[in-house]
Design a protein around this ligand. Structure first.
Ligand code: ATP
Length: 380
């Protein structure tokens, strides 16, 4: 049995010990790829752990699909190395790699019905007919398409087709499932539903999933870890929480959610507490241990998420000053408030369940506080 995939309705989560064994599912070392003048990948190194849901996230053209195609064996890098399950894989053709890919475009065979589409790969591998029937039935059950078994692709909705494409890929029991924007063609509501299903499916199978998307919400909703890519490089790799709470560069902070950022100049440090001069004055910044390496760089950027700014006074050490409300836009659950302090315009978000934002008006003076632990430091 490979990778925890158990059939006959006895699907259980993969054994946490084996699924997180030391050997990564995929190792990429200095993978570089050029297309003429375009540097699609500028030396990407990363490891994907066994049994994790890993997303490659980034803006259009940053190299996500190229990287996925290289893992799949559909393209070759100019240099660098790819190991899958500890095996050097660059010389292996796509069909010999223990991976399967699900594309946005479904790529189903139009003349075959759902169950035949799913069975196709197993037939090609000359599996015993009895096994094929059993395995196809199990994945149709898992992906909730049993009732569609006899339909042809043109008789299915987009969401149903994508389920068939998923079933067709997982029936082969790949060690790694590659997903290239698999939900990209679906409307927002269906997309959200399938995100949840995809996550549950991955948990049940224990298979390593590598998923490409440019949608931050999607990557954060379903991934254990995310590699945010920018211009052919990994800008930052970590859990969704790491990327949100401790972005290392302005690009990361701004791609993931919104961020107030301003230039800063290091002034002093006492343990994890820094003083940084900014256009808002001297601010105290409390650093997590992971960001200590940034501490004494002379030029920095200081950032804070809009919902981490308080307009209710409170204990923010010295990081307190007066501001003036310039605009308020309420979208139901939240109020987006622009507050000017000197030359700096801060974006603040408050939940409308609170009393205070409701009571604010354009032109009001407010006490702004930036709790030191909510500020972070970034490189350019
Ligand atoms: P998207 O989200 O738009 O799919 P992406 O992050 O997946 O983008 P890639 O498709 O990997 O980006 O492309 C990276 C860069 O390489 C882009 O500038 C793209 O135009 C270029 N590129 C990719 N494939 C080729 C090719 N076959 N020939 C020429 N240029 C290519």
């Amino acid at each position: 049995m490979r990778n925890g995939f158990r059939y006959q309705g006895a699907l259980q989560p993969a054994d946490p010990i084996t699924s997180h064994a030391a050997q990564p599912a995929v190792e990429l070392q200095h993978v570089a790829r050029r297309f003429g003048a375009v540097e699609a990948l500028a030396g990407v190194s990363l490891n994907v752990r066994r049994g994790e849901f890993f997303s490659l996230l980034g803006p259009s053209g940053c190299g996500k699909t190229t990287l996925l195609r290289i893992i799949a064996g559909l393209d070759l890098p100019d240099s660098g190395n790819v190991r899958i399950g500890g095996v050097e894989s660059l010389r292996l053709p796509a069909w010999k790699r223990p991976v399967n890919t699900v594309f946005q475009s479904y790529a189903l065979f139009p003349h075959l019905c759902v169950s035949e589409n799913i069975a196709f790969g197993l037939r090609m591998k000359r599996q015993a007919a009895k096994d094929i029937v059993r395995r196809v039935a199990a994945v149709m059950d898992l992906t909730q398409i049993t009732s569609l078994a006899g339909r042809h692709p043109h008789e299915l909705s987009g969401g149903q087709r994508q389920r068939v494409a998923l079933a067709r890929a997982i029936v082969n029991e790949p060690a790694v499932l590659l997903l290239d924007e698999p939900l990209g063609a679906l409307d927002a509501k269906l997309r959200k539903e399938l995100q949840t299903e995809l996550r549950q499916l991955q948990r049940r199978l224990g298979t390593t999933f590598i998923h490409v998307t440019h949608d931050q919400d999607e990557a954060f909703a379903i991934s254990d870890r995310v590699a945010l890519m920018h211009a052919g490089r990994v800008a930052q790799l970590g859990t969704p929480e790491d990327l949100y709470e401790h972005p290392k560069t302005r690009f990361v902070a701004e791609f993931i959610g919104s961020c107030n950022s301003m230039e800063g100049k290091f002034f002093s440090r006492s343990g994890a507490l820094l003083e940084v001069d900014t256009p808002l004055g001297r601010l105290q910044v409390e650093l997590p241990s992971t960001a200590i390496e940034l501490a004494e760089r002379e030029r920095l950027h200081v950032g804070i998420r809009p919902e981490r700014i308080s307009l209710e006074g409170g204990s923010a050490g010295d990081n307190r000053f007066l501001g003036k409300v310039e605009a308020i836009v309420s979208n139901g659950p939240e109020s987006h408030i622009q507050v000017r302090a000197g030359q700096t315009l801060l974006n603040v978000v408050e939940l409308n369940s609170g009393r205070r934002s409701v009571g604010l008006f354009v032109g009001d003076s407010v006490e702004v506080s930036l709790p030191p632990a909510n500020l972070f430091l970034m490189e350019d």
